[in-house]
Design a protein around this ligand. Structure first.
Ligand code: PLP
Length: 408
């Protein structure tokens, strides 16, 4: 099952999508004066940048595309290193590789996001950027990461694919760094099946990102622009149907966050005060509340508890742990690799199972309880959903407590 946006899909989505279908016009560009051109992509970009308080928003086809566009706009390429956490979705690493640069893996701390102290240890003369991944809806320690970036003259880029709508110190995640990205894939906060977005306050970065996402055209291309293309770009454009659907999802963001917060606080309250059970650290209460992550004293206990509940500790859950990424560990770069600067996996940095012992220990003891994202691949097969009644929440919390108490 998917992310929280799924649970509220309704008439608003139908109306928005029908508006586009009835217009017969599905392309993101059009004549502003043509009543059949519904401007859904432009409207989505405008509404998101307004609410999030950033100057520019650029819609693309996926979170992965958004990462490639953002890193390219930041001119990250061959010879550069980018520090990424060992606990993230593979796109945080593969997008760096796609640009011909090298992902350097760093430890997470008990927030399950980048450990700033470990990040600092991994900075070399080649380091160009830090990719702050707000994992499971929870912000990174942005104050410390920003200070590090400033001190060492590094770019700070936010992978907010799992944290659309989350906040850090009153600012929307994705808008604190130089560039931020979002994903609108099925499993994310709001979704249209697939989709993505890049945000920034920097005009030059926006122009480059725009050009790269659309065949080198500058914003906002108007017809055939021979002579005006600044670079050779690709095509990562969003279409009107996707944007129409997302508009309906986006306009419900506050309601969605309130719903998640209600469910999570009720669940979490009941798990409070149990000896030996800790919650992961939240770097800001403005997190998305899509998951409740608990830390148990040992891997053995976590495994036993999970087996009874029909789930798995994060370390065993699937995709998001570097130890489970055979394509990274084995450097299985397609030759020639996309997009295409490099024929070989561009690194002599070595990756191996167990290379991040702190991360390994934390993830082996960590259990994700679903609040809004129900995804076995994320380790959140057990839990509740955003529409669960108080009664359901209490029952599921009770089941968890009973199971955990057997082993603590
Ligand atoms: C999902 C995800 C992505 C990639 O987004 P897609 O839309 O699936 O391409 C990137 N980073 C993180 C942390 C993600 O969870």
């Amino acid at each position: 099952m998917p992310g929280p946006g799924y649970y509220w899909i309704g008439k608003e989505e139908e109306d928005e999508v029908l508006d586009v279908i009835r217009s017969h016009y599905l392309f993101r560009y059009g004549d502003e004066k043509d009543p059949n051109f519904k401007k859904k992509v432009y409207t989505l970009e405008g509404e998101i940048s307004k609410k999030f308080g950033c100057r520019y928003a650029l819609s693309v086809t996926s979170g992965t595309a958004a990462l490639i566009v953002a890193l390219t706009a930041a001119k990250i390429g061959p010879g550069d290193e980018v520090i990424v956490p060992g606990y993230t979705f593979i796109a945080s690493m593969s997008s760096v590789i796609a640009c011909g640069a090298v992902p350097v893996l760093a430890e997470v701390d008990d927030s399950l996001t980048l450990d700033p102290a470990d990040v600092e240890k991994r900075i070399t003369p080649k380091t160009k950027a830090i990719l702050a991944v707000h994992m499971l809806g929870n912000p990174c320690d942005m104050d410390r990461l920003s200070a590090l970036a400033k001190k060492h003259k590094l770019l700070l880029i936010e992978d907010s694919a799992q944290s659309f709508g989350g906040m850090y110190k009153g600012k929307y995640l994705g808008t604190l760094g130089l560039l931020g990205i979002y994903s609108f894939n099925f499993f994310k906060t709001i979704n249209a099946g697939d989709g993505g977005m890049v945000v920034t306050d920097d005009e030059e970065l926006f122009k480059t990102a725009f050009s790269f996402h659309d065949q080198g055209h500058l914003p906002h291309r108007a017809g055939v622009e021979v002579g005006n293309r600044s670079i050779i770009g690709w095509n990562f454009r969003m279409n009107e149907l996707t944007a129409a659907f997302l508009l309906a999802q986006f306009r419900r963001l506050d309601k969605l966050k309130d719903g998640l917060t209600r469910v999570k606080s009720r669940y979490k309250k009941q798990l409070g005060g149990i000896e030996g059970l800790k919650f992961r650290k939240l770097n800001d209460p403005g997190e998305c509340a899509t998951l409740l992550t608990v830390l148990l004293p040992t891997a053995d206990i976590a495994e036993k508890v999970c087996a009874e509940l029909g789930t798995k500790p994060i370390s065993h859950s699937g995709w998001h742990v570097y130890n489970n990424m055979e394509q990274i560990l084995g450097k299985k770069q397609l030759t020639p690799g996309p997009p295409f600067q490099s024929k070989e996996f561009p690194t002599n940095v070595e990756y191996s199972k167990g290379m991040l012992p702190v991360t390994d220990d934390l993830l082996s003891r960590a259990v994700n309880i679903s609040i809004g994202v129900i995804d076995a691949g994320l380790g959140s097969a057990f839990g509740v959903n955003p529409l669960s009644s108080d009664d359901e929440i209490d029952k599921k919390a009770e089941t968890f407590i009973k199971t955990v108490r057997k082993y603590l």
